[in-house]
Design a protein around this ligand. Structure first.
Ligand SMILES: [Zn+2]
Length: 169
């Protein structure tokens, strides 16, 4: 089931999400819905707070569903190590129509659980590292706008306020 994606301005996007404690069918339904929602958008990552669920769960597929084997579902993710840096253009399904250059680590090691509670650990670099860092940020109530210059952030926020006023957001 495709769920509505909350947009910038929604309070749910700016709060810290709670760790998942119950690995049940409801969690697996949520993960499946999030993948479906992400592919439909289309996007390469989605975090539970973006669909209004206050849980530490993210999905990422940097092929946006174009290639098999790229799907990642991570529950209670934790970045264990980060090294290097990369600059790149980043967008967010909750901030449609905008992008900005965001600094991220070049490589990360990340751990978490699958939807059955099994531990997962993986290494990621380049775009995958960027996508995972972006989604983990969502679980802490952080948007990429919080990681760019004041001037760029202010510019985007003013444009969004204008869209809100005209009913186009
Ligand atoms: Zn996002």
């Amino acid at each position: 089931m495709i769920r509505p994606i909350l947009k910038f301005g929604a309070a749910e996007l700016q709060r810290e999400s709670e760790p998942v404690e119950t690995f049940d069918g409801k969690l697996r339904d949520l993960a499946r819905d999030m993948l479906e929602t992400m592919y439909a958008a289309p996007g390469i990552g989605l975090a539970a707070p973006q669909v209004g669920v206050n849980l530490r769960l993210l999905v990422v597929d940097i092929s946006a569903g174009e290639e098999k084997g790229n799907q990642i579902i991570l529950v209670n993710p934790e970045i264990l190590e980060a090294e290097g840096e990369q600059k790149g253009e980043e967008g967010c399904l909750s901030i449609p129509g905008f992008t900005a250059m965001v600094d991220r680590p070049k490589r990360i090691r990340i751990a978490g659980r699958d939807t059955r509670g099994n531990r997962i650990e993986l290494e990621a670099e380049d775009l995958l590292a960027r996508a995972l860092c972006h989604e983990v940020d969502h679980l802490d109530g952080i948007l990429y706008l919080d990681r760019i210059s004041f001037f760029k952030r202010d510019l985007i926020k003013r444009k969004i306020r204008k869209l809100i006023r005209s009913g186009d957001w």
